[in-house]
Design a protein around this ligand. Structure first.
Ligand SMILES: *Cc1c(COP(=O)(O)O)cnc(C)c1O
Length: 393
């Protein structure tokens, strides 16, 4: 029977749950777009977004999903024929590189897999071989949303510095911004890419590129620049709309203002800790369920497990059936597997607007579905998760 009445829950790694406050902020008629409050709010975003990425450098807003922000980063800083190094770990850096190669950038891959973070030593070794400094940029994700690995960005920066290599370090934080500790300036990141629909709790539709001084210098010589994404026409514009290269994305501006207010009210550091506790409760639940041939965490190295998303290998449990039951009968949408383990995994998103009852609800629903499917489970994941959460209240 279906018990699915009441509010549905998305436990997927983006788009994440939109807070009621953010939904309400969007529910307004069209304003004056030439002057007045909209312009002020839009300007306040340019001031406040860098605080979330922990940078003193400017942000450029692309009216697009994350893929558009990827393209904005590439087209503004690179030239046809430039070589970039893709640091593999899961899928997303590979996909970013695939887009760059369509633009005429030569992509070399530092091989990786769907189980481990990028190896800083392998990066250092490759960069040391590049004596002529042909590699113009290094593309990596902080969190890979397919494998749920978290890469150690400071360690990668250190590897680049040890090799004495001048390549731009470009980091995709689309899944992780406002979920995981990230320090753009302190960690020496040259370009940070993000988007609205994950930790930032806003519907999909805006992408962000934070650009260091070094990235802006690279921009001056980049020949992949396009009219729409071009930073030169967007930076310090006389007419405000030029920062968006056209009509401002009005509803998104209101939504993002409200979401940033919520993050500042909580405190960014507190938001990181909350994500860590809630993510750990999910991991403890999966470990409690684990039996030989059963459910297990995809990422084995504990320090490399993301606090934004957890990929669970489902062993003998059919992931498609688990997701179907959970959604149709119990109102919880789970993420489908991606990448190497696509047909034997699920992903649980735990990013953004989440509290214990939402996370425990998702864990309890998965446990109920496993019961319903007659799946072998070790012990109660709900109990394990509740114990941790209880110890942190
Ligand atoms: C979601 C995601 C993307 C893609 O974002 P879209 O908005 O779907 O284009 C890219 N990289 C990472 C790490 C992501 O999590």
């Amino acid at each position: 029977m279906s018990l699915n009445h009441g509010r549905p829950m998305v436990s997927i790694p983006g788009p994440s749950v939109i807070p009621d406050r953010v939904l309400a902020a969007m529910h307004q008629p069209m304003p004056n777009i030439y002057e007045g409050p909209l312009i002020d709010i839009s300007n306040s975003l340019l001031e406040d977004l860098p605080k979330i990425a922990r940078t003193s450098h400017p942000v450029f807003i692309s009216v697009s999903n994350g893929h558009g922000a990827w393209e904005m980063a590439i087209s503004n800083t690179l030239s046809r024929g430039d070589r970039v190094l893709i640091l593999e770990s899961g899928r997303f850096a590979i996909n970013w590189g695939a887009m760059a190669s369509v633009s005429g950038v030569i992509c070399e891959h530092l091989p990786g897999n769907d189980l481990d973070p990028v190896d800083p030593a392998a990066l250092e070794e490759r960069l040391k071989e590049d004596k002529k400094h042909e590699i113009a940029a290094i593309l990596v994700v902080q969190v890979d949303t397919a494998s749920s690995v978290r890469n150690d960005i400071p360690a990668l920066r250190k590897a680049i510095d040890s090799a004495g290599h001048p390549a731009l370090l470009m980091v995709d934080c689309i899944a992780s911004l406002a979920c995981e500790k990230f320090e753009m300036d302190e960690w020496g990141v040259d370009i940070t890419v993000a988007a609205t629909q994950k930790g930032l709790m806003v519907p999909p539709g805006l992408g962000f590129v934070f650009a260091s001084a070094k990235a802006l210098t690279a921009h001056a010589n980049a020949n992949l620049r396009t009219g729409y994404f071009d930073w030169t026409s967007r930076i310090n514009p006389v007419e405000h709309y030029k920062i968006y290269c056209g009509t401002p994305p009005i509803q998104h501006i209101w939504a993002l203002r409200e979401a940033l207010d919520m993050i500042f009210e909580e405190g960014l550091n507190n938001a990181w800790v909350r994500h860590e506790v809630l993510a750990e409760s999910v991991r403890l639940a999966v470990n409690a369920w684990a039996v030989p041939e059963g459910m297990e965490l995809n990422i084995k190295q504990q320090s490399a497990r993301s606090n934004a998303v957890t990929t669970v290998l489902t062993g003998t449990v059919n992931p498609k059936e688990l997701r179907r039951l959970s959604e149709e009968k119990a109102g919880v949408t789970l993420g489908l597997g991606l990448g190497e383990f696509a047909d034997r995994s699920i992903r649980i998103g735990h990013m953004g607007h989440l509290n214990p009852h939402m996370v425990l609800g998702t864990i309890g629903t998965i446990e109920a579905c496993l019961e319903s499917m007659g799946a072998p489970i070790g012990s109660s994941g709900v109990a394990a998760a509740a114990q941790l959460i209880g110890s942190r209240l």
